[in-house]
Ligand binder design. Structure first.
Ligand code: PHB
Length: 390
């Protein structure tokens, strides 16, 4: 071979390589999933990762000609780490979508990055009302605390509960739960006699529960984030608050399906309001719970898992609608207004607020086939986040 021909060929194949590399990159759709995989919120990360992987296993990893790549990062639920990881995912990995966000401070720390880079940010867990207002690129597939707290404040006074002490984790979602529960209970003729707040990190519930015992309310209303419910339940029972005639009522974060079955029979009868129960009696949910358990050594999906599963669907559908051609703005537009049946029931991404509209259920802890479940006994249909109604 003449030297010139060889060089020419070499140049050609280098160009071909470069082109195929560009195509490979072009044909990849990257989802940067930032989750707390370790630390206090680790169960949230475990549940959402399992749900995202299940969604991909069931729906394939190629959408509109693009290969979906899931890049999972552990932020240990520290917002500075979330922000740094989001920055790296956007700048270095050039992700098409940011997703995950186990707690509110992590979501709020990332919102400016989503805005600056015009990257859709799918919030699958965090649930403070104001998160969707922190960036026009936020879309939420989880829930909000005002959305689920109000139903319980309507139920309580009709069921002999007039005087309530509230106990919440002292940050965004807890403050939302406290305010919306109290306002609605007061409107309904009830009364919050004391509002207690416990630190988010390493809370010691004992001194607060002693105060509750001394205050003799009809009920104690609790919000703590997913993963902390079992500790509250244990201490509530150990201090004999149930025997003192104080009822425990809570958002479903407390009787979290990830932990509920290990809480013991002391949890029986606890009434909560929430958007998802593993015992939700729909055909779609039965399939979801079964497939999730099968893929994860019998693990029961909780409300975090369903937020992750539905968030993946929102992303997949947006990619299909834009035929794999659009940038961040096109994807965002295709996420707004989506309506579909989730394992929790029918859900809708409100195009105006980018927040989720969904049914909220009243549930009671009961034993079914020897296991503890949140059994739904009433439903409020199509609930918007009351935090947006101002
Ligand atoms: C939140 O930080 O927004 C959050 C975390 C866990 C929950 C609910 C809300 O269960």
């Amino acid at each position: 071979m003449k030297k010139r021909t060889f060089l020419h060929l070499a140049a050609l194949s280098a160009a071909a390589l470069a082109t195929s590399h560009a195509i490979a990159q072009d044909n990849t759709f990257k989802i940067g999933l930032i989750l707390p995989m370790t630390g206090q919120q680790a169960t949230t990360g475990r549940q959402i990762e399992a749900a995202a992987r299940l969604y991909m296993a069931q729906n394939g990893d190629t959408v509109a000609g693009k290969k979906i790549q899931l890049i999972i990062k552990d932020d240990t639920s520290l917002p500075d780490a979330t922000r740094r990881l989001a920055q790296e995912l956007v700048v270095n990995d050039k992700v098409n979508v940011l997703a995950g966000f186990g707690i509110t401070p992590s979501a709020l720390a990332t919102a400016p990055i989503a805005t600056q880079s015009k990257t859709p940010m799918v919030v699958m867990a965090a649930a403070t009302s104001s998160i969707t207002q922190a960036s026009p690129y936020v879309v939420r597939s989880s829930f909000t605390l005002p959305q689920v707290s109000v139903a319980l404040a309507d139920w309580a006074p009709k069921n002999g509960i007039k005087k309530v002490i509230t106990l919440v984790s002292d940050y965004g979602p807890g403050i939302d739960a406290e305010k919306y529960f109290k306002d609605r209970l007061t409107f309904n003729g009830g009364q919050v006699t004391e509002a207690l707040r416990v630190p988010l990190r390493n809370p010691d519930f004992a001194p607060f529960l002693q105060k509750v015992r001394d205050g003799k309310p009809d009920a104690l209303f609790v919000f703590v984030p997913s993963g902390a419910g079992a500790a509250v339940m244990k201490q509530f029972l150990e201090r004999g608050l149930d025997k003192a005639g104080i009822k425990l009522i809570a958002t479903g974060d407390v009787t979290d399906d990830d932990q509920l079955n290990d809480m013991g029979d002391g949890a029986l009868g606890v009434v909560t309001s929430h958007h998802y129960s593993a015992a939700h009696p729909s055909a779609l949910n039965k399939k979801f719970v079964e497939a999730f358990g099968k893929a994860n050594k019998g693990l029961r999906p909780n409300f975090m898992a369903v937020g992750g599963y539905d968030g993946m669907r929102v992303i997949y559908e947006a990619l299909k609608t834009t035929r794999g051609q659009g940038g961040g703005d096109a994807l965002l537009a295709a996420m707004k207004g989506q309506l579909f049946e989730s394992p929790r029931g029918k859900i809708f991404i409100d195009a105006q607020t980018r927040d989720i509209v969904q049914d909220v259920y009243l549930r009671k802890v009961e034993k079914k086939d020897g296991q503890l479940y949140n059994v739904e006994f009433d439903v409020i249909k199509d609930v918007k986040d009351p935090g947006k109604a101002k």
